[in-house]
Design a protein around this ligand. Structure first.
Ligand code: ATP
Length: 607
């Protein structure tokens, strides 16, 4: 099908947009809104359809481009309106207060000015001195956004005042609202897609094709331009393009492994659901871009991930997805999501990079070597992912198992939580399990806990083993295996492996402290599944706090007391201080931990 409006003109009066916005603003029916949009798109020359689509979306360019935003404060806008309408700023402000909308204030003042200049002829519609066109408005606003440096404030003000001067009252209203980021027309992407389908695809039935293209290349302006200039066939076999983010596939949620496995068709890939930031990593030769879950360009925050991608993605061109997680450089343990926030700071990213190093756990591949993998089953995507990645400790495939056994899912889930993950992602692995870009569906199901808990009190635990350190901790110990006391059985049951919270001084002293207690076998009073590098006779007591108490198949504290096959553990444990005043039998008991665990549970209300 050929595009309907092959107009020779390359620009359009801005008034056409303003008229359409005015009509759309006045209605509530989505069908009617779509029809007005259809009308606007039909009138738009194909050369500028991308810009018109961005304007409808209330932006100058897609967010992921990382281009500057308009960023015009209210004060400057008031100044610009005052300049353009020969009014005092205080009057603009007063009007704004009265009308509650700066756009309306601008419209009113423009009307007033027209009346004043045309006197008795006011009832005759007046033309502005210079007719505003879409490109004129767009390019001026783009300049406003892009101008930087000395004197940029004045330039911005001049440019803004200039277009408001040239605008009709109605145009001024919408330009001002656009600048403020308050168009609020309620036009969602779905309505724009529908309108594009009607104009360029011959009807709403063409929407899925356009929608799929948009999901693969999250740039509605760009997609509109392709169909407007080349016809709808041009997007039928569209592939993801390195550099343009793919809209992410999202998961549904259920809270029982039995139900989850049933829903995904029995056998599934069960992966750790890491608690970090989703990253869509685009690589082309020696260039890497990283996009967030919301498709923002977050490359700047992760120079290390850029390096990992260059080093470990073997394909010339690829788009892979994974979770960026921060970890403790001393112990290698994963850290909570909140600590990643330090990567958001604008300056000193290299310092944040050292303090909060990250690992990437990859879970999908969307594009590689010129081939679109989004329409291939997960098994093929994973196979290719493993093929093109040379894995390392910091850039590797997410931990996973393949199973059809709900008990195994549950065990893996508990292990995941204890190791700092949030739960598991269960992924269908049948032939139709494609990557559903931009959609939430039942091919991926998240299994998180439906409660949250918080560890309020510290506990006193006994050292029963130690792990060798690495990095700065080479030559000493990096983490200790800690246990609670079970007075009924007179044994020590392990609770966690703690590696955080030690000062350099604490660490320096560790070898000497542990030496008298080191043994080459597990102490008979210790019940453990986890095997440390060195066993230690229960003697030393330390105070420990953590994020929460969790269930664990690896730790033996209160095993089977809450649920069969699992004990109690501490998530993100941290050493506070030694308790030389306590004997190992004075440590917190397994029973006390059961009570603490039960007390801490709070239902999570939201899904
Ligand atoms: P949603 O992304 O589903 O809207 P949300 O933003 O609240 O919801 P969650 O519900 O916690 O996020 O779960 C989805 C997120 O889990 C993904 O967007 C991704 O960042 C993260 N994640 C971690 N590990 C995995 C994995 N192995 N596979 C897929 N996603 C994972």
């Amino acid at each position: 099908m050929t595009p309907p409006s092959q107009s020779p003109q390359k620009d359009m009066d801005f008034s056409i947009i303003a008229d359409a916005f005015e009509k759309i603003e006045a209605i509530t029916s989505r069908t009617q809104m779509t029809l007005y949009l259809v009308d606007l798109i039909k009138k738009t020359p194909s050369e500028i359809i991308d810009k018109v689509v961005y304007i409808i979306q209330g932006k100058l360019w897609p967010d992921w481009m990382g281009m500057p935003e308009l960023g015009i404060g209210e004060k400057m806008l008031i100044k610009a309106i005052a300049l353009a309408t020969n009014t005092r700023e205080s009057e603009v402000e007063m009007l704004y207060k009265k009308l509650g909308d700066l756009g309306k204030a601008a419209e009113y003042l423009k009307k007033k000015k027209e009346t004043a200049t045309t006197g008795l002829l006011a009832f005759i519609p007046q033309k502005s001195a210079t007719k505003l066109t879409v490109l004129k408005v767009y390019n001026t606003l783009a300049r406003v956004a892009l101008v930087t440096g000395e004197g940029s404030r004045d330039i911005k003000l001049k440019l803004l005042a200039g277009i408001i001067t040239d605008a009709s009252p109605k145009e001024a209203k919408y330009i001002v609202r656009f600048i403020e980021g308050r168009l609020r027309l309620g036009i969602g992407d779905a309505t724009i897609l529908e309108a594009l389908a009607i104009v360029y695809g011959g009807g709403a039935h063409a929407r899925p094709v356009i929608e799929r293209a948009y999901n693969l290349r999250a740039d509605l302006g760009n997609i509109a331009k392709i169909i407007a200039t080349q016809g709808i066939n041009a997007i039928k076999n569209i592939k993801p393009e390195v550099g343009i983010p793919v809209r992410p596939m999202l998961a549904e949620r259920l809270s029982s492994p039995i139900e989850i496995l049933k829903k995904v068709g029995g056998k599934a890939i069960v992966e750790y659901k890491y608690d970090g930031e989703r990253a869509q990593i685009h690589k082309k030769k020696n260039q890497v871009l990283i996009y967030s879950r919301r498709l923002e360009n977050i490359t700047r925050q992760y120079p290390d991930v850029v390096d990992y991608a260059l080093k470990h993605i073997k394909s010339e061109e690829a788009i892979v997805e994974g979770e960026i997680v921060t970890y403790d450089p001393e112990t290698g343990e994963l850290r909570p999501f909140q600590e990643l926030m330090h990567r958001k700071r604008k300056h000193d990213i290299h310092i944040a990079m050292k303090e909060y190093p990250v690992k990437v756990f990859l879970f999908d591949l969307l594009y590689a070597d010129e081939e679109d993998y989004t329409n291939k089953p997960i098994i093929d995507r994973r196979k290719k992912l493993e093929e093109i990645i040379s894995q390392s400790d910091v850039f590797k495939i997410a931990e996973y198992i393949i199973t059809d056994d709900p008990d195994e899912v549950e065990k893996f889930f508990l292990k995941a939580i204890e190791e700092g993950a949030e739960g598991v992602m269960v992924k269908a692995m049948h032939g139709q399990a494609i990557y559903q870009a931009g959609a939430r569906g039942w091919l991926w199901i998240k299994y998180k806990r439906d409660y949250k808990s918080e560890m309020i009190d510290t506990v006193d635990l006994v050292v029963v083993g130690a792990f060798h350190g690495r990095g700065r901790r080479a030559g000493t110990y990096g983490a200790l295996l800690m246990a609670a006391y079970n007075p009924e059985k007179d044994v020590f049951e392990t609770v966690c492996k703690v590696g955080s919270g030690f000062t350099d001084e604490d660490l320096g002293k560790l070898p000497d402290m542990l030496k008298p207690y080191m043994i080459d076998h597990k102490h008979p009073r210790v019940v453990a599944k986890m095997v440390p590098d060195t066993w230690v006779t229960p003697a030393l007591v330390a105070e420990i706090i953590g994020a929460e108490l969790t269930l664990s198949p690896i730790h033996t504290c209160a095993m089977d007391k809450i649920r069969p096959g699992v004990g109690i553990s501490i998530r993100f444990p941290r050493f506070i201080r030694w308790r030389p005043d306590k004997n190992p039998e004075d440590a917190t008991t397994s029973h006390e931990l059961v009570e603490m665990y039960n007390k801490q549970l709070k239902k999570i209300s939201s899904p």
